[in-house]
Design a binder for this molecule. Structure first.
Ligand SMILES: Nc1ncnc2c1ncn2[C@@H]1O[C@H](COP(=O)(O)OP(=O)(O)O)[C@@H](O)[C@H]1O
Ligand SMILES: [Mg+2]
Length: 234
């Protein structure tokens, strides 16, 4: 006879603190314990988060629900994109999101890993820009990602250099082509969701985000051609 056993309803994924491979402001990033194609993002508890005095930081402290709202908005944007393209877009410019999993460290969000061919985690645009190792090919990959962000009209509210990762995604059992992927910061998180009003208002927002991204990654934003170029040496 079938009997209900609470322990069988949802297996908990055991994460090892030593397997944490990156850390953002909101989330701690872990390798998946037995699936090399995936990462697990766990929301940090309020006391683990760096204290920030800017608007977003104050909102996180005063209203913890804003953090959950961000996760919800991120998922909403992913769903919007997948349903709009009906899965026909071979390479979406944002990371695929694969649902949630219960872990010993809290709720985990499953996502695809962007890695180098040797299995190490892909570097962010921020790391490459800071160390002066951003190659011309990387810049081409960034521009390719940004052109797909515009073409698909992705609501990207936080295009900062730490949210773009360069590397390969898994396609079945093989690594796909090298690319630049927006792994965080998509979804219209603003209090007044102006970007979601229309594709036109979103493009204005993207223009603004790209200009800001250029400043922080020490690049130049060519608004007419919607492309990043290197700054001329002075
Ligand atoms: N899919 C991914 N593939 C490779 N590295 C990633 C991926 N997602 C996040 N990272 C790394 O983890 C860092 C923090 O992740 P992120 O999702 O941006 O967290 P937060 O929401 O806290 O900013 C990123 O800056 C990047 O270095
Ligand atoms: Mg981030």
């Amino acid at each position: 006879m079938w009997s209900f056993n609470g322990a069988q309803t949802m297996a908990q994924l055991e994460l090892n603190k030593d397997d944490q491979i990156a850390s953002g402001v909101q989330r701690a990033i872990f390798r998946h314990p037995f699936d090399k194609t995936k990462l697990v993002k766990v929301l940090k508890s309020a006391d683990e988060m760096p204290q920030r005095s800017n608007f977003n930081g104050r909102m996180d402290q005063l209203l913890p629900s804003t953090r959950l709202r961000q996760v919800r908005k991120e998922y909403q944007e992913y769903l919007r994109l997948m349903l709009k393209t009906e899965g026909r877009e071979a390479r979406i410019p944002i990371s695929h999101m694969m649902g949630f999993v219960s872990t010993n460290l809290g709720l985990g969000c499953l996502t695809e890993s962007v890695t180098e061919a040797d299995g190490t985690l892909g570097k962010t645009l921020g790391e490459l820009a800071r160390s002066g190792s951003l190659k011309d090919e990387d810049l081409d990959l960034l521009n390719d990602a940004v052109s797909r962000i515009y073409r698909l009209n992705i609501r990207a509210s936080d295009m900062n250099p730490k949210n773009f990762v360069l590397g390969h995604r898994w396609q079945g059992t093989a690594l796909g082509p090298r690319e630049c992927v927006l792994v965080d910061g998509f979804g219209d998180i603003h209090a007044i969701p102006i970007r979601s009003l229309s594709n036109w208002t979103n493009r204005l927002g993207l223009d603004d985000s790209c200009a800001r991204l250029a400043r922080s990654a020490k690049l130049r934003w060519d608004k007419t051609n919607r492309a990043f170029t290197r700054r001329k040496e002075s």
